[in-house]
Design a protein around this ligand. Structure first.
Ligand SMILES: [Zn+2]
Length: 221
């Protein structure tokens, strides 16, 4: 079972040449095209885009930047790509437990999941099993910024520190950042007991859903 956002062995990041922004402290690609920026004007890494049969072996610990961004933009399930039932429906977020329930305004780079895929993730994802998880329904999850590499505009090298740094849109660091994930902020947060959610769905329906997801993930999208 390979979640939609997972990376694959043949999907390496390309290394376009980074140069100084001509007008202000920031970075651009020497051969930049409009496809390199998101709708907020952020510069993004350039991942290899391949049809599924040429992607190689799944890398479950890696995240494909464009697939992660797509899930966040449309609030799609990060495992099976199911979209929300309607535009106003709250989304379910399943996060690693870092010492308490999901907080109002908390930021995350982990896209939503649907209820059946939450069940699958808890069973199959080692990180969630080991560290435990917290789940919440979230009414609004606006894009807050990105996680990416922040560059020194003079030396054109990434600033030392954490590999991916969270950078808010419109801040001083934004023009110097090459984004690799969309980060959203979570508002209207209601904690969720997943066991209750599974019970509400019913065992038969849950089995059906598992089969649906397995079919989708196996068939290749
Ligand atoms: Zn799903």
């Amino acid at each position: 079972m390979v979640p939609y956002i997972a990376g694959y062995s043949e999907e390496a990041l390309l290394n376009p040449r980074i140069v100084q922004h001509p007008l202000f402290p920031g970075v651009v690609y020497a051969d930049e095209t409009p496809h390199d920026r998101d709708s907020f004007g952020m510069l993004w890494v350039r991942p290899t885009l391949l049809p599924k049969h040429r992607r190689g072996e799944p890398r479950l610990r890696e995240v494909h930047p464009y697939r992660q961004r797509r899930c966040m933009a449309h609030m799609m399930c990060q495992v099976c790509t199911r979209p929300p039932e309607n535009l106003d429906a709250p989304s379910l977020f399943l996060l690693r437990d870092t010492g308490g329930p999901v907080q109002e305004g908390e930021r995350t780079a982990s896209p939503p999941v649907c209820v059946p895929c939450a069940g699958i993730s808890i069973q199959l994802c080692h990180a969630l099993r080991r560290d435990h998880y917290v789940a919440a329904r979230v009414e609004h999850a606006p894009a807050w910024g990105v996680a990416g590499l922040v560059y020194d505009p003079d030396t054109l090298t990434p600033l030392p520190g954490k590999e991916l740094e969270r950078v808010e849109y419109g801040t001083e660091r934004a023009p110097r950042t090459v984004a690799a994930r969309t980060v959203v902020a979570l508002y209207g947060v209601t904690p969720v007991d997943l066991d209750e959610e599974f019970a509400q769905l019913g065992m038969d329906r849950l089995e059906e859903e598992f089969a649906r997801v397995a079919g989708l993930v196996g068939a290749g999208r």
